[in-house]
Design a protein around this ligand. Structure first.
Ligand SMILES: C[S@@+](CC[C@H](N)C(=O)[O-])C[C@H]1O[C@@H](n2cnc3c(N)ncnc32)[C@H](O)[C@@H]1O
Length: 430
């Protein structure tokens, strides 16, 4: 078969593979187009100077890249966890899927400046499947330590794990594969490649309409196993968007939760812009719990990012920004940019709707974790990190416009970003 020259090298390899071996699972397709070492989205974006996937010039924003207050609040939460574990002489924080290292940089900077006792004991290991070549502090996954006392942190890691897709046809679960027909990559439907795909969806079939499409992530078990191997005693903080399973598979979301990001626009067409756009799906937090539970790691809390950050004391930081503006310590522009960044973190229609899920391993006593209970502010009396003082680069939301306001014409007509991404036809959080 001749493959047209109009296809990129990545597409040509994919098409060549499909023509030899037949349609591939969506999980294999996604793994190839996002992570292929030579031509995949993440490796090429990370190798190309000035071309990061995350940030103003990239394809999307994340909480750490929005404002350093996110890292500061996590630093305070980590320090409290260190105390609750009886202040071990070494407290290891492992950040998985650390990307360009912004969260690492913000947490360590805040610890150095504000938390000198914790600075003596914290060891921070940031890893990524595709570490950026120009960021010393982010290592590849082979550097993951084992048996640490401390906390495993991730932000928007699990949504980036390759997933399988399914469709409900004639009342049963079928799988959506990627095929090449008539000169184009297309969806093709067949029997499920793994029984687990149907097993996860079957309990919800009665409520799903014919043609419903969704995702199943079979890889979460690999993540849980690596968390279990890394953590001997301590906590796991997982920040991402997603639902517990009964809320994930809802007929109100008939196209599933798959989303593609390209230069801050959003689509649901993964077979376009191959290797140039990111592909994600909502996280199945029931699968997260199950896979951790078999590793003796128990869920201790699940709440929205908004609630978690407010519990830790975010409002004290925004009050301080307001006060410094009234005292003329911040220019009008700095005031507005900092406030916009902080408020974006708790925006109920955006990042504030993300979930923060906390798990614990080998901890018998019930600890009052402030991020979960909000029984006191951890911020009182501490300095507020600002965009200008931070070493890492962050979005300047007022300059870049509202990153969450843009959609493109491929999306189902009339839907806003918020409706597509954060629809909450489902029941409450936590
Ligand atoms: C959406 S980005 C988030 C980056 C960063 N945590 C942030 O919040 O800005 C997802 C990251 O997960 C990384 N990733 C994907 N699969 C991974 C794996 N199996 N192990 C470690 N990192 C992985 C990607 O390379 C990418 O850097």
């Amino acid at each position: 078969m001749t493959i047209p020259n109009s296809h990129s090298a990545l597409e040509r390899s994919l098409i060549d593979h499909i023509s030899k071996y037949g349609p591939v699972t969506f999980e294999s397709f996604m793994n190839f187009v996002l992570y292929d070492n030579d031509q995949g989205y993440y490796p090429t974006r990370r190798r190309t100077f000035g071309s990061k996937p995350v940030g103003t010039d990239g394809d999307y924003f994340t909480s750490p890249t929005t404002h350093p207050v996110f890292g500061a609040l996590l630093a305070l939460q980590l320090r409290e966890m260190w105390f609750l574990l009886d202040s071990p002489s070494e407290f290891t924080v492992i950040e998985m899927g650390a990307g360009d290292g912004t969260l690492r940089s913000d947490i360590l900077e805040y610890v150095q400046q504000e938390l000198p006792d914790f600075a003596q004991t914290i060891r921070y290991v940031a890893t990524d499947l595709v570490p950026p070549s120009n960021v010393n502090g982010v290592l590849d996954n082979s550097y993951l330590p084992s048996d640490v006392v401390g906390c495993i942190v991730s932000n928007e890691l699990l949504d980036a794990y390759p997933f399988n897709r399914f469709i409900v046809q004639d009342g049963v679960v079928k799988e959506i594969f990627v095929d090449y027909q008539d000169g184009k990559l297309v969806d093709s439907v067949g029997e499920v490649s793994e029984p687990e795909i149907a097993a996860r969806v079957d309990p919800f079939l009665d409520s799903l309409t014919e043609g419903y499409k969704g995702e199943v992530n079979l890889r979460l078990g690999y993540w849980s196993d690596s968390v279990a191997a890394a953590l001997q005693r301590g906590y796991v903080i997982t920040v991402d968007y997603g639902y517990d399973r009964p809320d994930l598979y809802q007929s109100s979301r008939p196209e599933g939760s798959m989303r593609c990001y390209y230069q801050h626009t959003l689509s649901q067409d993964p077979l376009r812009r191959i290797g140039k756009q990111d592909i994600t799906s909502h996280v199945d937090f029931t699968a997260v719990d199950h896979t951790l539970m078999v590793n003796h790691i128990k869920r201790i809390g699940k709440l929205t990012q908004r609630q978690f950050l407010l519990n830790l004391g975010l409002k004290d930081f925004s009050d301080d920004i307001n006060l410094r503006s009234s005292n003329k310590e911040l220019s009008r522009k700095d005031f507005l940019e900092n406030l916009a960044g902080i408020e974006a973190l708790i925006d109920s229609d955006g990042l504030g709707k993300f979930r923060v899920v906390l798990h614990a391993k080998n901890i018998d006593q019930v600890h009052r974790i402030t991020g979960i209970t909000g029984h006191k502010s951890l911020v009182e009396g501490r300095n507020t990190p600002t965009l200008n003082n931070s070493e890492a680069s962050h979005a300047r939301l007022l300059r870049s416009g509202n990153p969450f306001g843009q959609t493109n014409s491929e999306l189902r007509s009339g839907m806003t970003w918020e409706q597509l991404f954060c629809d909450d036809s489902t029941s409450s959080v936590n």
